[in-house]
Write a protein that binds this ligand. Structure first.
Ligand SMILES: [Zn+2]
Length: 263
C-alpha cells in the first residue's frame, strides 16, 4: 500500500496519543495487578466513572484544569505528559521512516518503527520502577512481528519464526546458565519475551545486534551509576530499557553496523 509520508505522520501522531492513553492505564494498573480492561476509567479518589468526553487525551486534562470533574481533586500531570510523549514518539517514528512529506512511506518499516519506539514508554516507566515488563508489550511484540512477516516488504515468516526461537531460546538459555553460576535469579523472563519479539520483528541477526548494543548501553550507564551512588552491585537492575532503546537503533543501523564490522 502506498501512502504519502505526510498522512502517515499525522496518523501515527494520533495513534501515538491513543497508545499513550493506554500506557497510562497499563502503568497505573499493571504493578497493582489490576485488569487493564475492567473497571472502566475512574477517578482514584472519588471512584467516579470518567465519561469519555472527560477522557479525551491531553485536551480533557487541559480543559478541566487538571482536576477531577466531580470531586475537584487534582489529577497528576503525568497522564497528559505520557499522552504527549506518545504523540511525539508516534510522529517521530513515522518521520524517521520517511522524512520527505510526499514520498510514499514503507508501511511495514513504519509500523515496526512505531512499535519499537512508542513501547519504550511503558518499558522505561514500568521496568525502572517495578522491574517488570508488561505482556501487552512483550508478547504483543512477538505477535505483531510474526503477523507483519506475512506482508510484502517484511523479513518473511520463516525468518520471523527463526528470530523468535533463536532470540527467545538463546536469551532464556543464557539466563538459566547465569543464574546457575551466580546462584541468584538472572535475567527476568520479561526480557526474554521482549527479545523474542525483536527477533520476530527484525530477524535474529539484527535482534542480536540490538542485544549487544543494549548490553553496552547498560554497562555504560549502570557501572558509573552504581559507583557514584555506592549501590550494591548485586542488587537487581532493569535490562529492558537498555534493550528497548537498542532495538530501533539496530533496526535502522544494524545492517550498516554489521557491514562496517565486516562480519
Ligand atoms: Zn474524583
Amino acid at each position: 500500500m502506498d501512502i504519502p509520508a505526510v498522512f502517515l505522520w499525522a496518523l501515527f501522531a494520533v495513534l501515538g496519543v491513543c497508545f499513550g492513553s493506554f500506557f497510562n492505564v497499563l502503568i497505573y494498573r499493571m504493578p497493582r495487578e489490576m485488569s487493564i480492561i475492567k473497571p472502566a476509567s475512574h477517578c482514584p479518589d472519588c471512584k467516579q466513572k470518567i465519561p469519555f468526553w472527560h477522557n479525551i487525551p491531553i485536551l480533557s486534562w487541559l480543559l478541566l484544569g487538571g482536576r477531577c470533574a466531580s470531586c475537584k481533586k487534582s489529577i497528576s500531570i503525568k497522564y497528559p505528559i505520557v499522552e504527549f510523549l506518545g504523540l511525539s514518539l508516534g510522529f517521530a517514528a513515522a518521520f524517521i521512516a520517511e522524512p520527505s512529506p510526499w514520498q510514499n512511506a514503507n508501511l511495514i518499516e513504519s509500523i515496526s518503527l512505531f512499535w519499537l519506539i512508542v513501547t519504550l514508554i511503558p518499558i522505561f516507566v514500568i521496568d525502572f520502577k517495578y522491574l517488570l515488563l508488561p505482556d501487552t508489550v512483550t508478547i504483543g511484540g512477538i505477535l505483531l512481528g510474526f503477523a507483519l512477516s506475512f506482508f510484502e516488504g517484511s523479513i518473511g515468516w520463516p525468518s520471523s519464526l527463526i528470530g523468535i526461537a533463536a532470540c527467545g531460546g538463546g536469551l532464556f538459555l543464557f539466563s538459566v546458565i547465569c543464574s546457575k553460576i551466580l546462584k541468584k535469579e538472572g535475567m527476568g523472563f520479561g526480557d526474554v519475551k521482549l527479545f523474542a519479539g525483536f527477533g520476530a520483528l527484525m530477524g535474529a541477526e539484527l535482534a542480536y545486534v540490538s542485544l549487544i548494543i543494549g548490553a553496552l548501553l547498560a554497562i555504560a550507564v549502570i557501572v558509573p551509576y552504581r559507583l557514584f551512588t555506592k549501590k550494591d552491585m548485586r542488587s537487581p537492575l532493569p535490562f529492558g530499557p537498555f534493550l528497548g532503546l537498542a532495538a530501533p537503533i539496530s533496526y535502522l543501523f544494524g545492517n550498516t553496523i554489521i557491514a562496517g564490522l565486516g562480519v
